[in-house]
Design a protein around this ligand. Structure first.
Ligand SMILES: Nc1ncnc2c1ncn2[C@@H]1O[C@H](COP(=O)(O)OP(=O)(O)OP(=O)(O)O)[C@@H](O)[C@H]1O
Length: 237
């Protein structure tokens, strides 16, 4: 579903991604665990075409970044760390603009907008301006937007920043449901070990390289400490 081969990205002298290879299967929830500066955001920026890699290849849903970039990017949905909604537009307008970009028929878009907001408990009038929303609700609207075109791969970069515990749970539950029912794949970047609890797979990124990869138990064993959190802290600081 998502194939990353030998990806290298340098900022001048600094290597942010170092020959990174990773295969993400359909219908899987993978947590990309990395401390600050590990390269998580850089990876997402390269995967979404914001930056070009220096070396390596990416394929999304069978489409190569290099030879079929539009199709590859259409197969992705993404939530970045930095909020990117238009504050002066309503929730509905922000979402319908995204639906238009993906060419969704108006009726389908309108239904998905209402259904997505209901599922994530966006608990305000959808015609309110985003500027008037709490940080948590803004975040949820971004998450609804990322899934509107039903992408096969969802990239989430610190997606629970600004969410309270209940909203965080709602979001994780909705994504796990998407994985189970639609067979999409989620790559969830975080530095919070507790978010790896229900993951099918945990990948630990450190200094742009994979440090460990497997189930939660396998990764805990590989890091050589009694718990995943202890191992993660010991090996990445
Ligand atoms: N625009 C840039 N110019 C120079 N160096 C950069 C730039 N962006 C990131 N870096 C460096 O690349 C490395 C990886 O950074 P990146 O932001 O990808 O990590 P991260 O895992 O997302 O961290 P965080 O959890 O703090 O967001 C770091 O050493 C960072 O300082």
């Amino acid at each position: 579903m998502l194939s990353i081969r030998g990806l290298t990205k340098r900022y001048g002298e600094r290597t942010a991604l170092d020959k990174l290879s990773l295969e993400i299967a359909p219908g899987s929830f993978t947590v990309l665990l990395g401390p600050n500066g590990a390269g998580k955001s850089t990876l997402f920026q390269v995967l979404t075409g914001l930056f070009a890699a220096d070396e390596g290849e990416v394929t999304v849903a069978g489409f190569s970044h290099r030879s079929e970039p539009a199709a590859a990017l259409r197969s992705l949905g993404v939530v970045f760390q930095q909020m990117s909604l238009d504050l002066d537009l309503s929730i509905r307008r922000n979402l319908s603009l995204q639906a238009d970009l993906h060419g969704l028929p108006r009726k389908v878009a309108a239904e998905r907008i209402v259904e997505g907001c209901r599922r994530l408990n966006v608990d305000v009038d959808l015609d309110r301006k985003v500027r008037e929303l709490s940080g948590g609700n803004r975040r949820k609207v971004e998450l609804v937007r990322a899934g509107l075109h039903r992408p096969q791969v969802l990239l989430m970069d610190e997606a629970t920043v600004g969410l309270d515990p209940k909203s965080r749970r709602d979001l994780l539950a909705a994504l796990h449901e998407d994985v189970a029912t639609r067979g999409c794949s989620v790559l969830w970047a975080t530095h919070w070990v507790e978010e790896a609890e229900q993951a099918d797979r945990v990948v630990v990124l450190h200094k742009g390289k994979l440090l460990a990869d497997g189930s939660r138990e396998e990764v805990t064993r590989a890091l050589g400490e009694p718990s995943l959190e202890q191992g993660f802290i010991a090996r990445t600081t």
